[in-house]
Design a protein around this ligand. Sequence first.
Ligand code: GUN
Ligand code: FE
Length: 427
Amino acid sequence: MEPKWKIVRGTIISPISDKKSKCYPNGVLILKKYSNGYRIEELGAEKILENYQGLRSVEVLDFGSKVIIPGLLDLHFHWVQDDVRDKPKDNLLKWLENHTWPAESKFKNLAYTKKKAKSFSQSLIKNGTLGGACYGSIHAHSVDAAFKEFVGDFFIGNVLMTMNSPDYLLQTKKQAKSLVEKLAMKYRRRYVVTPRFAPTTDEDVMRFGSSIQKKTNCLIQSHLCETENEIEWVLSIFRERKGFEDVKSYSDIYQRVGLLGENTIMGHGIHLSAEDRKILRRTRTAVAHCPTSNAPKNKRGLGSGLFDFKQANKDRIEWGLGSDIGAGPFLSMLDVMKSFVEQNKGCKHATYVSALYRATLKNAQILKIDNRVGDFAFKKEANFNVLNFECSKKSAQSVLEELFKSVSSRKGFEELIDQTVYQGRVL
Ligand code: GUN
Ligand code: FE
């Protein structure tokens, strides 16, 4: 029988904002059992243990001075792109055509898809990722298999590709719409309407997706302003179409088909014009910033550019961090956090405290699950990672700086995860 209470001990960090995290060296996390798993009863310093003396059914999990952080959330990744992480990345459009689309077409096979979903689920756990917004392939079973296997708060959609796509991935508009309807009704809020991006999705399919979002209150995700030649391409396609002749920006295309809003997450947003930014702000659309995917080629990214997070903050555009597997080379959100800080070296706002917030609580807010996850507040689910790193410093920024300094290779981030705990149970 599971105990009613669990007491977790370690150096515990709980994010608050870009500027602040709570940090308790020799800290204590009290977990209480509910019908669907353990939740946080209290976080604090050692002395809070006095309030819990005499508990009967209790298990102590003492991790010494190992660092403990909340479960990581990934705001943008393609689970069907695990095999193209290391393929040559000339630029976005060539990489899609030559490597990514052929790899995604393999998911037509159900047995292959099921097998891949099992192993990808293990990779998520090993990297401490317990939720996020995820892209499948065009195939409905790429969504079903992922929902079946992934442990945590995942929101998943099948990509919609009804034009400018290779024959082997091209859907008719009717097929695309009927899949959206079927899967949205099946998974409701957990489903994500996922036009791959405007260049490959007809306007009436995007409009249909928007109408389904309104019915189910699900999320919407797509890509926006990742590279300059993508922007030129999308504008040239849509300016020839009725109702889009005078379209001024990439965002305006999504706006006209009703895809933008506070349930929408747009990947990248690197090359945003002033009009794009105004539209994102006005519609409260969020951006998923994927620093390792956008990184220069010598850092194994697509070389798409640097997201201007300071401008986004000034414009009050919501944004969080994502791995963008497989344009991003590693699944670890710790790797993503480190790249965010390093790419913005010299900027005093790009701190590890901010990176942690953007990979946990902020992403929970954007996914609208911050009432349940994202930090160690009272009654939230006991989702956390115990890291293979000991530190008793008092400030979160110092602990995190030491932690990231200790990792010598990018592959090392997986080894940094000692245990991943979901709803109070070790996975
Ligand atoms: N734009 C359209 N599809 C994709 C994709 O799969 N990855 C990235 N990074 N950008 C895209
Ligand atoms: Fe992507």
